[in-house]
Ligand binder design. Sequence first.
Ligand SMILES: [Fe+2]
Length: 482
Amino acid sequence: MRYIKIEDARPGMQLAYNMYDTDGHTLICNGSVLNEFYIKRLIEYGFDGIYITDELSQDIEINPVITPELRTEGLVCVRESNIDKCKGVSRRIVDQILNKGVLSLDLTDLRSFDGYTYAHSVNVAVISCLIGFGMKLKEEELEQLVMAGLLHDLGKLVIPRSILNKDGRLTPEEYEVMKTHASISYELIKERFDISSNVKIAVLHHHENLDGSGYPDGLEDDEITLYTRILHVADVYDALVSKRPYKLPYSPYEACEYLMGGGGIMFDTSVVEALMMYVPFYPKGTQVVLSDNSEGIIVDNAGKRNLRPMIRGLDGTMIDLQEPENYNLTILRGSNEKIIDPTIEEDERNKMLVPYKKYRLMIIDNMLINLQALKGFLQHSYFVDTVSSPSQAIMQLKRQSEPDLIILDMDMPEMNGIEAAEKIRDVLGEGVPIVFVIDSNDKGLMARCRRAGAAGFIVRPYKPTYIKAEIKRILTGREVVE
Ligand SMILES: [Fe+2]
């Protein structure tokens, strides 16, 4: 079987995997031949892609981490908020994962955004279990993690759909409503004596960040339990690779870049590393374009093969990227990716935020090379002013209309970033968010920056995907994980 984007589905193609609706009922069976009606329905349901079978890909088998039947049961028990059933499902999810030989997140793409919360909860449960397995947690600990994954967003079921699926920027009031879901999830389970306190705490705190910028309690570092850190990373990963009414999906590669960029700021780096053992950047069955312009389908990518997979060329020849004779070949992109330039893709994502606005950024850094690097990442989507010292910036800010966001280097010879931020505030007041660029995720420094009103952090070395997502989050008030 192989994966194709829904836009590339054509009548006559044969489906290689059951498609389920949000209740877990089969929409179209494995083996069915697609027609215009089926394709229209799949698009209406919001599916991003499908698996088809053809001569070239018929021997490529994709084994989901858990069976579709168990996934469906998970969906249903989350939808019904049936906590007793969730316990049984958690045990079976762990059983299936522990009994599998090769673990790889190949089949998480078949999702419709209508039933996002349910599908997302099952995905987060499965991904949390994989991370926990990678971090050598015991079986009963994995069961608790899976349980936390299934239950973490129960509170979203009472958030109005007009907020949950809003295709634009949330107002501050709407964002406050959105944030209540973690506490509501906790309220729904806190009286249950048969649920471990580890699970309850992880559910309550799954939006807490290591640097204290999360909610509901603004916890930091060791105040956040390992289960919570795992749940947080699994939650963000799945949210990133999902299509939402207000954003296009990130590729697994981009999602990992984002998580690494936020390592030590939002996320526990060891948890991110554990996840990355199971994320294939090019999932099995994906059609890709190679650097010699030939095309092929990913046949095997497990473990160390992730970066150098086995590929079958469209003429049937096998290409093993791990063989020395193929070291000069590399994968350029998935051939079904309509938008291949990441900056154009970023633009498309920005335009999904209505009302769309091209924001103005000011970057202040004494190092020309840093200014050029940051400008290079951002100038496609924003108007970018670069300034080489705080005093020059202040002169400019007095003369011009204020920018929408300032990126400020912490280490400058004239004065440090915190002093510079104070002087900028004297001119602009509190209205313009300031993002600090720092050299390491030093907790003490980050706390000082927070007290100086830091809206966020960029830690060198730069991770473009993270920087873009973080700036967008600050400008638009939309978390990547809603
Ligand atoms: Fe959540």
